[in-house]
Design a binder for this molecule. Structure first.
Ligand code: FAD
Length: 535
């Protein structure tokens, strides 16, 4: 709880993260020395990523004859064969889900090409929580985790106030589980670290290329970009919340519903708080800080990342006008200040310091959990937000993407591309109930904070805590997949019942829909609404 994990003194390029306590390396950590090269240090903040040449089977989308087929000289594999890749995957999207899955597949000896629509790595985004269930996955990636710790926040406590600044709760926050840290990272910085590591182990990238279609054949699946068809053994679609692949997989366009809320979000240099005596002390903090202010239907968060000297402010508010679900939609500072009028002067002063061009208004849209992540032939699977978008109050959007990656890596490692369809269907079975619950948890936390039962809080302030339970944070997704492989494969092939063990003890899965949650939206928070205990 109390300590940041220890690192050994020297870091060779073949080193991976060593947790301070708790679990050992997974039994099946089969990282080959040639692949475990450690991420290079982040040296060039303006790194521009150039597309790499394709090495997969590339055909004209109009003609059936291959334009060219080339092969990649692979580093040593984990299957004992130094020359031949074990199979080829296309990963669509270089967000956390795509990068993590690409690395996990590569670690297991597969050839991987990532196709990303953005030309350069974006610097959009602010803070993202990377729980220990995610850093456990990252711990196998050279010294990526060590660098991530150096650049991330790890607040040791969280204070909650009512809007006037009266303290409601002051609770410790775990900084690690079994030695794997809980991080609050700058999304762009961490993404670059992971990207550089992926490149260093031989994952190929094509940036600035938007996939416009997916296809499946008996012996493979692929994507269409421009007039190129690229085919591989399997496709992992990590194309985010507006996923095109989701439509291909479930056969219909899933329309998101407005949740009635949007979030003003901003991230800016800490020194901008120095001008106001109310916020100046925050600029002198040596430790990371996490503060939350609550009122009916609105909450604000002030986060100080001391190491990288940044401030993050969120203000989740009733969404009274049509804004897009976009990371670039400008926010109206005056409107945010209107919403917080009369609040604790500290949060108001911090909001006044927000540079107008650094505020976005991010609409919170809902999507029902979808049960089907894998296409009919079983060669295309969704991962990350494409499969299970989370609300920010879950703090699990990124972490579940990393868990997806660890799970897929383990399953494809054991089953090979020969049984790709079984592997992907097993992935869906292992993951659906868990992510359905973590998705719901985001709604639950927000509901606790927005429709607060103040009598209940007076009796038990812990009611407001953000849930960080052991079943969720102290979880090894890769190991779980290896451990349950035979059972889940039996279930996929023969329909035998499969009981998830990656849920809270005694939890019985229930499907839920946005409609069901909206019905509860107006009711005051009651314990029985919630499926995830906040302890
Ligand atoms: C710009 C941006 C900023 C974000 N900032 C934050 C933040 O500050 N805090 C937070 O908690 N969460 C943030 N998120 C969301 C968060 O990253 C995800 O919820 C989580 O990490 C899971 O990521 P993902 O890889 O599934 O999806 P994403 O991170 O959304 O990545 C999906 C990727 O797929 C690419 N893509 C989409 N369609 C195609 C296509 N047809 N062809 C090729 N590529 C395609 C996109 O360009 C994108 O890079 C942000 C997402 C984005 C895209």
């Amino acid at each position: 709880m109390e300590d940041v994990p220890q690192f050994s003194a020297s870091h060779s390029r073949t080193q991976s993260y060593t947790p301070a306590s708790g679990t050992d390396s997974p039994k099946h950590a089969i990282l080959s020395p040639a692949l475990d090269q450690g991420a290079p240090r982040l040296t060039d903040p303006d790194l521009v990523l150039q597309p790499d040449p394709a090495t997969f089977i590339v055909q004209s989308a109009k003609k059936s004859a291959p334009l060219h087929t080339s092969s990649l000289a692979m580093p040593a594999n984990t299957n004992g064969n130094d020359q031949k890749p074990r199979g080829r995957f296309i990963v669509v999207g270089a967000g956390y889900a795509g990068l993590a899955t690409a690395i996990e597949l590569r670690r297991k000896g597969f050839e991987v090409q990532v196709v990303e629509a953005a030309k350069n790595m974006t610097t959009q985004g602010d803070i993202i929580q990377v729980g220990s269930n995610a850093t456990r996955v990252m711990s196998h990636w050279g010294n990526v985790l060590e660098q991530a710790v150096a650049e991330s926040a790890q607040p040791k406590d969280m204070k909650m106030f009512d809007k006037t600044g009266r303290v409601l709760l002051h609770a410790p926050l775990p900084t690690e589980f079994s030695g794997f840290p809980v991080l609050y990272s700058n999304r762009g910085l961490l993404q670059r670290l992971i990207l550089e590591y992926a490149r260093s182990i031989g994952v190929e990238f094509r940036f600035g290329e938007r996939v416009r279609e997916y296809f499946e054949e008996k012996d493979g699946a692929g994507i269409v970009i421009g007039d190129e068809r690229i085919k591989a053994d399997g496709v992992v679609a990590a194309d985010g919340i507006h996923s095109l692949a989701r439509k291909h997989v479930i056969g219909i366009q899933q329309h998101p519903r407005t949740s009635g809320f949007a979030v003003y979000r901003t991230c800016f240099p800490l020194d901008l708080l120095a001008d106001d005596p109310l916020t100046k002390p925050l600029t002198e903090l040596k430790e990371d800080m996490f503060r939350v202010w609550l009122d009916t239907d609105v909450h604000a968060i002030l986060f100080i990342l001391a190491k990288v000297r940044q401030v993050v402010i969120f203000c989740t508010h009733k969404d009274t006008y049509e804004v897009e679900e976009s990371w670039t939609n400008p926010g109206d500072l005056d409107d945010m200040l209107k919403i917080s009028k009369g609040w604790d002067p500290v949060i108001v002063a911090a909001m006044k310091a927000v540079p107008r061009d650094k505020l976005i208004d991010w609409k919170l849209l809902w999507r029902d959990p979808i049960r089907q992540w894998v296409s009919s032939t079983g060669r295309i699977t969704l991962v990350g937000d494409a499969a299970h978008p989370h609300l920010p109050t879950s703090g699990q959007g990124a972490a579940q993407a990393f868990e997806d990656a660890g799970t897929i890596g383990a399953l494809v490692d054991k089953l090979g591309v020969e049984e790709i369809s079984t592997a992907f269907k097993a992935f869906e079975k292992l993951r659906y109930e868990r992510t359905s619950l973590t998705q719901r948890m985001g709604w639950e936390t927000r509901h606790r904070w927005h429709q607060t039962d103040w009598d209940m809080v007076a009796a038990n302030p812990e009611f407001l805590k953000m849930p960080q339970p052991m079943w969720l944070y102290d979880f090894d997704a890769e190991q779980y997949a290896y451990d349950r492989l035979d059972e889940v494969v039996d279930s996929v092939k023969n329909g035998t019942p499969f009981v998830s063990k990656n849920l809270p003890e005694g939890h019985v899965h229930e499907d839920w829909t946005v409609e069901m949650m909206m019905d509860l939206e107006k009711e005051q928070a009651k314990e029985h609404f919630y499926r995830v205990a906040n302890k």
